[in-house]
Ligand binder design. Structure first.
Ligand SMILES: Cc1cc2nc3c(=O)[nH]c(=O)nc-3n(C[C@H](O)[C@H](O)[C@H](O)COP(=O)(O)O)c2cc1C
Length: 462
């Protein structure tokens, strides 16, 4: 056992010790013993595992890792249940609590459920000796913020990093899932909505909020945190999307609009942005699939980790799709023009002053139906999209039968839905077995849910 000579300590420390000892009525030696006993007990019960390799959670090695950031809202108590639910499913949970969160629940409760002491302080010498907030940000598979307060989301949208939670959120390169919870007026406030739009554009995923009664008596509306099990389902969908569940699967995705030339400078187009198809391609690649994305002309960035074939017209898209076969799964998310002009004008059509030119149209090839009806090289799962402006589900059912595909993801693209070009989508999944109505979600969330559904179905078909 090492011995300690107080005389050898530096003057500043000795002064602090004398002060502490005087306050507690102990001798300096007794005070040192008390401090050491407390530190030893604290280290045993709550030492941050990252600060001490000995304390790493061996039992959960290899388990998916969630970093749960608890913000300061009434719903923080539900995060305690969330920790339990995640751990029940074999997911290891490390907790960060904001100062405000600690006014609602204690680090002791969160730590007891998580199996290790929560992190609370950006300037904690025990965990920051090796820049712990960067390790906290990098180590998990996914970062969950629940409850995500209006304040935390405002900080994230603006890149602030003035406490441990916001510094970790800025430093992480992992998927971030937010479960917002707040009073309905805070949620609908223009500033919050601006921040949400920015966060969605930054690829951050949201679950909830739900509508219902608020903690404040007599108040109801949109702002309740998603239920712990809904958050768990969203975590599992995101983990599945990033966990190699589609390893070895060959996947073909089409995305964006097509441009049908009228002459060398003009074309017929539609309002598809490519956001949904690109999100699906990226999510599939993250899940380990070997992805070929055939994309029409879009202004969204190329997804990472996929082979991209860029085309303009429907006929070029069909050629590229056929060249990309065989595939195990094909998702046709592109908004392919139904018609093109019947004449191939090599020169620009001139305005002659003698009336308007006639534009005769002819039908384009139907890419979804062509692939779904193939005898050879038909993918095991052929999935189409139905962009409808009325009778969405009914039209999708008819389309499923007509095109011969396995699933249709139907969405309402009427102008008031904001789907075309927007970040949100509400999907009705029509299969031979029936219809599933998915909640309104961001296009990234739709992509993650679709990947999970595909993975589950391929597993059954194996
Ligand atoms: C009783 C009470 C309840 C609160 N509930 C919420 C809430 O549900 N959602 C929210 O965004 N803010 C809520 N707040 C305000 C936050 O606690 C406050 O904005 C705080 O600064 C958030 O800090 P954090 O984002 O660092 O956790 C509440 C405040 C009080 C006093």
């Amino acid at each position: 056992m090492a011995s300690l000579t107080i005389r050898q300590l530096d003057e500043k420390l000795k002064k602090q010790l004398r002060l502490r000892a005087a306050r507690s009525g102990r001798s300096v030696e007794d005070e040192v013993r008390t401090i050491l006993r407390g530190a030893a007990a604290d280290a045993e019960a709550f030492a941050p595992p990252a600060a001490s390799p000995k304390n790493e959670r061996k039992a959960e090695t290899g388990a998916p890792r969630v970093l749960l950031i608890i913000g300061g809202g009434i719903a923080a108590y539900k995060s305690l249940d969330l920790i339990r639910r995640l751990r029940e499913r074999g997911i290891s949970v490390r907790v960060v609590m904001t100062d405000a969160a600690q006014k609602f629940i204690t680090p002791l409760s969160a730590g007891t459920l998580a199996g290790e002491h929560p992190y609370t302080d950006l300037f904690d010498a025990r965990s920051e000796f090796d820049v712990g907030h960067i390790r906290l940000a990098r180590d998990p598979n996914i970062v969950v913020v629940a409850p995500a307060t209006a304040n935390l989301m405002a900080k994230m949208a603006n890149g602030l990093a003035d406490d441990l939670a916001s510094a970790v959120l800025l430093a992480t390169d992992k998927t971030i899932l937010l479960a917002p919870a707040m009073n309905p007026n805070m949620w609908s406030n223009k500033a919050t909505q601006r921040n949400i739009a920015q966060l969605r554009a930054d690829q951050i995923v949201l679950v909830g909020p739900n509508a219902g009664e608020m903690a404040e008596s007599g108040e109801a509306g949109l702002g309740r945190m998603a239920k712990p099990l809904e958050i768990v389902a969203a975590v599992q969908a995101l983990l599945a999307a990033g966990s190699g569940v589609l390893a070895g699967v060959r996947m073909l995705v089409t995305s964006g609009p097509t441009h049908e030339p009228i002459d060398p400078v003009r074309y017929i187009a539609n309002r598809s942005s490519g956001k949904q198809g690109h999100a699906i391609a990226e999510a599939a690649a993250k899940a380990g699939a070997n992805v070929t994305l055939v994309s029409g002309p879009v202004n969204v960035p190329d997804p990472r980790g996929v082979n991209i074939v860029k085309v303009e017209s429907a006929r070029e898209m069909l050629t590229a799709v056929e060249a990309a076969l065989p595939a195990d799964v094909a998702v046709f998310a592109a908004a392919v023009a139904d018609w093109r002009t019947s004449t191939n004008n090599r020169e620009k059509i001139k305005k002659t002053g003698k009336g308007t030119p006639e534009l005769a149209l002819i039908e384009n090839p139907d890419i979804l139906s062509t692939v779904a009806h193939r005898k050879a090289k038909r993918p095991k799962l052929v999935i189409g999209f139905a962009a409808e402006t009325e009778h969405v589900v009914e039209h999708a059912r008819q389309k499923l039968a007509r095109k011969g595909c396995d699933w249709i993801l139907a969405n309402d693209v009427s102008p008031e839905s904001g789907v075309m070009g927007g970040d949100m989508n509400t999907i009705h999944l029509v299969t031979g077995d029936g219809v599933e109505h998915w909640p309104p979600q961001s296009k990234n969330e739709v992509a993650a849910a679709l990947i999970r559904r595909i993975a589950a179905t391929l597993d059954v078909k194996k």
